[in-house]
Design a protein around this ligand. Structure first.
Ligand code: MEV
Length: 306
């Protein structure tokens, strides 16, 4: 069985598309699992939670998200004769919720294919392939989602630069709240790009400020300074609002988390729905969790940053 976890962006989403640093961590509470079964004929077939039946890879009912990673990987491994394999896919990552469902699916599928045909694939190659798939789906992704999902480690990421692993000084509790609505990332990324082209000086300044917050956050994570991290989350959320990627429900949930004693709260990922994160002390965790649910969060998933 091959698997890939989801991801959370802690700081710097959107500005990262425009060259600034961002910080992301694996989110192990959700994952995609793929099992492969070698058969004697029938080519490549896929069974997923959506299809529930075994469909050949050429079947149009299968989404591109399932087909493309396999096709790219076959090309990469220079496999001309289509192997006979059935892939069973099970995902607990909600789609378009900011947890990197697409990148995790591609990662798990390519890992599973490589295993099935007896090939090794290193992180760097896998990351390049998954990034190719991301580009087809998202237009201009920074590459942070595929990087954190493939490497499964907290990362400090700048588009086009080698990955930098980061150290988290002490375990910290984070509550992740999912919203009942989501907006595809390519839409919010496209809207931010339009804002930027209409007002490069002002919006470019906001990107730079977010980049500075990310630098401070990296240091605060290293030192395990939860109070500073909370303040940096507040500042980052404020700038995301200016970039128009927060929305009423995200703002309400952030306010509710703070009122219930969270140290900081912000949206995470593409925004306009999706998910938000709140940094909590053990004493306030239950209160914040209840406040998030009372204010419309669909689900609250506690996780530990470490
Ligand atoms: C999406 O998880 C993060 C964004 O910054 C887009 C990207 O980096 O490609 C919104």
């Amino acid at each position: 069985m091959a698997q890939a976890f989801g991801k959370l962006i802690l700081f710097g989403e959107h500005a990262v598309v425009h060259g600034q640093p961002a910080i992301a961590v694996p989110f192990r509470a959700v994952s995609v699992k793929v099992t492969s079964q070698i058969t004697t004929n029938g080519g490549i077939r896929i069974v997923s939670d959506q299809t529930l039946e075994e469909l050949p890879i050429s079947d149009e009912r299968l989404s591109q998200a399932l087909r493309v990673p396999i096709e790219l990987a076959l090309r990469h491994f220079q496999i001309d004769t289509i192997p006979n394999i059935v892939f069973h896919i099970h995902s607990t990552i909600p789609m378009a919720s900011g947890f990197g469902s697409g990148a995790a699916l591609s990662t798990a599928l390519i890992r599973s294919l490589a295993e099935a045909i007896g090939k090794n694939i290193d992180h760097e190659t896998l990351n390049t392939l998954v990034y190719e798939v991301e580009k087809l789906h998202h237009g201009t992704p920074s590459g942070i989602d595929n990087t954190v999902i493939v490497y499964e480690t907290p990362v400090y990421f700048i588009k086009g630069q080698p990955i930098q692993h980061i150290t988290i000084g002490q375990p910290m509790r984070l509550l992740v709240a999912t919203l009942p609505h989501a907006t595809p990332t390519y839409i919010t990324v496209g809207d931010v790009a339009k804002l930027y082209s209409n007002n490069p000086t002002r919006i470019g300044g906001i990107f730079k400020t977010i980049g500075q917050l990310v630098e401070w956050a990296r240091q605060a994570l290293l030192e395990g300074d939860m109070v500073v991290l909370g303040q940096l989350m507040q500042a980052n959320q404020y700038h995301l609002q200016t970039l128009t990627v927060s929305d009423q429900m995200l703002d309400t949930l952030c306010d509710a988390a703070l009122d219930a004693g969270a140290l900081g709260a912000k949206l995470s990922g593409g925004g306009r729905g999706g998910n938000m994160i709140a940094l909590v002390t053990p004493e306030r965790e239950t209160y914040v969790q209840e406040a998030l649910l009372a204010n419309g969060a669909q689900r609250v998933i506690p996780t530990t940053l470490q």
